[in-house]
Design a protein around this ligand. Structure first.
Ligand SMILES: Nc1ncnc2c1ncn2[C@@H]1O[C@H](COP(=O)(O)OP(=O)(O)OP(=O)(O)O)[C@@H](O)[C@H]1O
Length: 261
């Protein structure tokens, strides 16, 4: 048994009267792990807490054995834990090349201003960033759109760009929020193949996904959230046949008029 790369323990998060996370705990082992659960289960809130976009009201998050609870997103990214973003507001106007070249600094919280005002080593860093941008675009088959504004990409190309941007920060663990949403089946398979290849190179992934077949085929482990807690976690085969999971997805009230399909 390997050490967990990520450990979440007793995490709580409330928004006014809404309890989004209600004492959620789980471990993530190296590899590809799926995070599933019905709408409103708390999956996105959990991603935000893990990556420092929200502070939890209680509980801890440990990454590679170090407490990262409440650290800022840039500090979390520095330690090797990143999430893919919906491309922020201003970036659709920038080309794929520019998006990729800026990605590492962006994740570290260095804005354009810091980038431009930095002195020593800037030219070298810049050449390096440009070279890696092209290499990454080639790897993800988006090199033919390097000079296209990101806002003009298809849904699938945009997901590949997000993945490429995340990888340019040299992460150990990447959190992916529905990486296949709005992606056509051909690109969907390509993204999944990329994840598999990257995993064999030592990257780990935790991803939110609604398609249980994708989880079954590509994840070593699956974590199921429901009502802000972890309902169960483990082997996808076992989880799929777990009555509690089936109930959670069907709405739970078995004697409440469900058609029992
Ligand atoms: N910023 C917020 N303010 C108020 N309530 C919020 C906020 N963010 C999330 N919530 C609430 O917290 C609960 C959990 O939401 P969350 O988005 O984390 O669930 P989810 O599992 O990601 O759902 P989905 O699969 O629909 O994206 C929901 O009841 C949601 O309405």
């Amino acid at each position: 048994m390997t050490d967990p790369i990520l450990s979440v323990d007793g995490v709580e998060k409330r928004f006014g009267g809404i309890t989004a996370l209600d004492g959620a705990s789980f471990d993530v082992e190296p590899g590809i792990t799926g995070l599933i659960g019905p709408n409103g289960a708390g999956k996105s809130t959990m991603f935000n807490v893990i990556t420092g976009f929200l502070s939890p009201d209680a509980g801890t998050v440990e990454f590679r054995g170090n407490d990262i609870t409440g650290l800022r997103p840039s500090a979390v990214a520095e330690r090797g834990l990143v999430r893919t973003f919906q491309i922020p507001h201003e970036l659709p106007e920038m080309t794929v090349r520019e998006n990729l070249a800026l990605a590492p600094r962006d994740q570290r919280g260095e804005g354009l201003f810091t980038t431009w005002t930095r002195g020593d080593g800037y030219a070298r860093d810049e050449r390096n960033a440009q070279r890696r941008a092209v290499e990454m675009a080639e790897r993800f088959d988006i090199d033919h759109v390097l000079d296209t504004p990101a806002g003009e990409l298809s849904g699938g190309q945009r997901k590949l760009l997000e993945l490429a941007r995340a990888l340019l920060t040299d992460p150990d663990l990447v959190l992916l929020d529905e990486p296949l949403a709005g992606v056509n089946p051909t690109l969907e398979n390509r993204i999944l193949d990329h994840l598999q290849d990257l995993e064999s190179e030592g990257y780990s992934f935790l991803f939110i996904e609604h398609d249980i077949d994708v989880i079954m085929e590509h994840c070593q482990e699956v974590i199921v959230m429901h009502q802000g807690r972890v309902l169960t976690a483990g082997d996808p085969e076992d989880v799929r046949s777990d009555d509690r999971v089936i109930d959670a997805y069907l709405g739970g009230d078995a004697d409440d008029g469900g058609d029992g399909e």
